[in-house]
Design a protein around this ligand. Structure first.
Ligand SMILES: *Cc1c(COP(=O)(O)O)cnc(C)c1O
Length: 386
């Protein structure tokens, strides 16, 4: 697999990158390496560079090769969680006095990491609506930032940011442009090819895909930033364990087919909800009325599996969130099963009362890959009961 020169398709890379059969036994699925330490051929004589489980593990290497291949990056690093990956990147790049320009609609935990963990160490934070490039340019003209950080589609309002445009503005201001690609996944959107410097993932979501493993990743081309982040992966130690890495690898192999079904189901559900009289507003980039629809149609190959809905008021939103049967009320997203989330009190509770607060009449759906007729019937019944 390693001697091929023509670039292969996304699905082929997802299945094969880092997955050559085991050279000793021919096992088609490479074994999970649990060993914490490696025999040395004489002092310092390391085989393939493996020395100790925190500094390197073959199962983690396999996942990192696969991640680099599917995001089209030179390097990938795998971590114990999405936030551990974010923390390693931020600490690799930032020094006291540096600023981060953050999207106004990002994962609450990313905001919390910056505002409550890194800010006390002297990191500045400014918030801007990244889908408004004029506002981004004005913010960068006012004062440069070391990092520009965006989520697109954003969480939970599904705002779409022009990644290529943002990368141009960020680079002109000397910033590192970071895209959290968790919502789209590389099956639908390739930020590095659009000019971003670093892709961040919570692999807990679509990449793992089965709600059974927490993990995170960085994918990037820059050698120096990679070296710094890899040093922190080793020196701080928030690495993914072997079984976690293996489960994530297994999930990634089916990413493309899952994203296709997630997107088809989400489109049908968004259209159903959009026509429902109990629903005040639907946020889904696949709906022509969505403000980011045109851009998403160019920047993404499909519109993804997340749909957010505004009800008449907070009480209706809470009641809907608590009355479905197939959609499970739970945090997180991106698994094969459909989930329902009330952001104000669940995923986004940490940004309540801040600039990132979400509407209290909003419910977020992570649409799974079940039979779409069953999902729609479940929502219809719950809406009828409001
Ligand atoms: C879940 C999530 C994270 C954090 O990842 P963990 O794996 O929970 O640490 C970051 N960004 C986005 C968009 C997420 O959905």
């Amino acid at each position: 697999m390693s001697d091929q020169t023509t670039p292969r398709g996304f699905e082929t890379r997802a299945v094969h990158a880092g997955q050559a059969p085991d050279p000793t036994t021919g096992a088609v699925i490479p074994p999970v390496h649990f060993s914490t330490t490696y025999a040395q051929d004489g002092i310092g004589g390391l085989r393939e560079g493996y020395e100790y489980g925190r500094s390197g593990n073959p199962t983690r290497t396999a996942l990192e090769s696969q991640l680099a291949a599917i995001e089209g990056g030179a390097h990938a690093l795998s971590f114990a969680s999405g936030l551990a990956a974010e923390d390693a990147l931020l600490r690799a790049v930032l020094r006291p006095g540096d600023e981060v320009l953050l999207g106004s609609d990002v994962y609450g935990g990313t905001y919390r990491l910056l505002a409550r963990v890194l800010a006390p160490w002297g990191v500045g934070l400014r918030i801007v609506d990244m889908s408004d490039l004029t506002a981004v340019e004005a913010a960068l003209n006012e004062r440069p930032a070391r990092i520009v950080w965006v989520e697109t589609p954003s969480n939970p309002l599904l705002r779409i940011t022009d990644i290529a445009g943002l990368a141009r503005l960020g680079h002109a201001a000397g910033a590192l442009v970071v895209v959290d690609n968790t919502f789209a996944s590389p099956a639908l959107q390739q930020p590095l090819a659009l000019g971003a410097d670093v892709v961040v993932h919570s692999t807990t979501k679509y990449l793992g895909g089965h709600s059974d493993v927490v993990g995170g990743a960085l994918v990037l081309n820059d050698d120096a930033v990679h070296e710094q982040a890899k040093f922190l992966q080793f020196a701080v130690g928030a690495v993914s364990g072997p079984l976690d890495a293996w489960l994530t690898t297994r999930g990634i192999k089916t990413l493309a087919v899952r994203m296709q079904r997630h997107s088809e189901n989400a489109q049908a559900i968004a259209e159903f909800l959009d026509a429902h009289d109990k629903v005040a507003r639907v946020y889904y980039p696949g709906l022509p009325a969505h403000p980011g629809h045109e851009l998403a149609a160019v920047q993404m190959s499909r519109f993804g599996g997340i749909v957010s809905v505004e009800l008449a008021d907070a009480a209706a939103a809470r009641k809907l969130a608590e009355s479905t049967r197939l959609f499970t009320l739970a945090e997180s997203l991106g698994g094969v099963e459909s989930l329902m989330n009330y952001p104000d009190a669940m995923t986004h509770a940490s940004v309540r009362g801040t600039e990132l607060a979400v509407p209290e009449q909003l419910v977020r759906l992570s649409v799974g890959i079940e039979s779409v007729a069953d999902l729609i019937a479940d929502l219809d019944a719950a809406l009828t009961g409001l």
